[in-house]
Design a protein around this ligand. Structure first.
Ligand SMILES: *Cc1c(COP(=O)(O)O)cnc(C)c1O
Length: 232
C-alpha cells in the first residue's frame, strides 16, 4: 500500500501537470522540491522512494544530520533558509543549490569556500518582491547589479531567482507578485542568458507560481503535513 507521503507526491505531480497544461507551460518544465524542514530523515527516505529528488532544508544543523544519514540515496540538496555569514562553509561543502542569497558578501564566501573538487554551487538570488522589512531578499531595484557581480564568481553558477511573496489567499494578488519576479528574471536573461531557474511557489500558492513561470516549486506542508510551530 502506498504511504501518505507517496500519495501526496503523486497528487502534487498530477496538479503540476494540470497547471502546466492550463497555463501553456511545457510538459515537465516545473520541478517539485520536497521541503523537509523539521521532518525526520525517515520521511525524506519515503519521499525519495516516491520519486522526490530535490530536497529543500532551512536549518543548517538538522540538514547536515539528514544529509549524512541519507548519503546512500541520490538526492539533490537545496539550502532555502536565511544564511548567516559565519555558516557559509558547511553550506558550500554539503549542498548542491542555495536559494537565499541576497548579498555579495555571502556569495563571495560561498564561492571561496566551495571545494574545488565539487561542481560549481548553483545559486538563486532571493528577491524581496513586496519590500517587506521582515524578509530577506534584494530589492528589484538592486537586483541587476548584484546578479552581474554574482555571475562573475568562479565557484558559483548563477541559475536564477527565488521569491517568497507576502502571504495571500487571493490568486490574483499571488499572480501579480510572481509576475513581478518573472519580469525581473526575463530582463536579467538578456544580459545573463544562462539563467534558467525561477524558484517560486509553496503549498499555498503553487498554481499561481506555475501560471507566472515558476520552474521549481518548494512544497512542504502538502507533502509532509503541517509542521509543529516552534516554541515562542
Ligand atoms: C518552509 C518553506 C517552504 C515550504 O512551505 P509550505 O507552505 O510548507 O509548502 C518553501 N520555501 C521556503 C523558503 C520555506 O521556508
Amino acid at each position: 500500500m502506498a504511504t501518505t507521503i507517496a500519495q501526496n507526491i503523486a497528487k502534487l505531480q498530477q496538479r503540476i501537470s494540470v497547471a502546466e497544461q492550463k497555463y501553456q507551460r511545457d510538459h515537465d518544465s516545473v520541478k517539485l522540491m520536497a521541503v523537509s524542514k523539521t521532518k525526520p530523515a525517515a520521511l525524506i527516505r519515503e519521499a525519495a522512494a516516491a520519486g522526490a529528488y530535490h530536497i529543500g532544508e532551512n536549518y543548517l544543523q538538522e540538514a547536515l544530520e539528514k544529509i549524512i544519514e541519507l548519503k546512500d540515496l541520490d538526492l539533490c540538496w537545496h539550502f532555502i533558509g536565511p544564511i548567516q555569514s559565519n555558516k557559509t562553509r558547511p553550506i558550500a561543502e554539503h549542498f548542491d543549490w542555495v536559494h537565499g542569497v541576497d548579498r555579495l558578501k555571502i556569495a563571495r564566501r560561498l564561492s571561496e569556500q566551495r571545494p574545488p573538487s565539487l561542481p560549481a554551487l548553483n545559486i538563486c538570488l532571493q528577491v524581496n518582491v513586496n519590500d517587506e522589512s521582515s524578509k530577506s531578499g534584494v530589492s528589484l531595484a538592486e537586483l541587476p547589479e548584484l546578479a552581474l557581480a554574482v555571475a562573475e564568481l568562479p565557484q558559483l553558477q548563477l541559475r536564477g531567482l527565488m521569491a517568497i511573496p507576502k502571504a495571500s489567499t487571493d490568486q490574483q494578488e499571488q499572480r501579480h507578485n510572481f509576475a513581478q519576479v518573472a519580469n525581473a528574471f526575463k530582463a536579467l536573461q538578456s544580459q545573463l542568458p544562462q539563467l534558467d531557474t525561477l524558484s517560486m511557489g509553496m503549498s499555498g500558492d503553487m498554481d499561481a507560481a506555475i501560471a507566472e513561470g515558476s520552474t521549481i516549486v518548494r512544497i512542504g506542508t502538502d507533502i509532509f503535513g503541517a509542521r509543529a510551530t516552534p516554541p515562542a
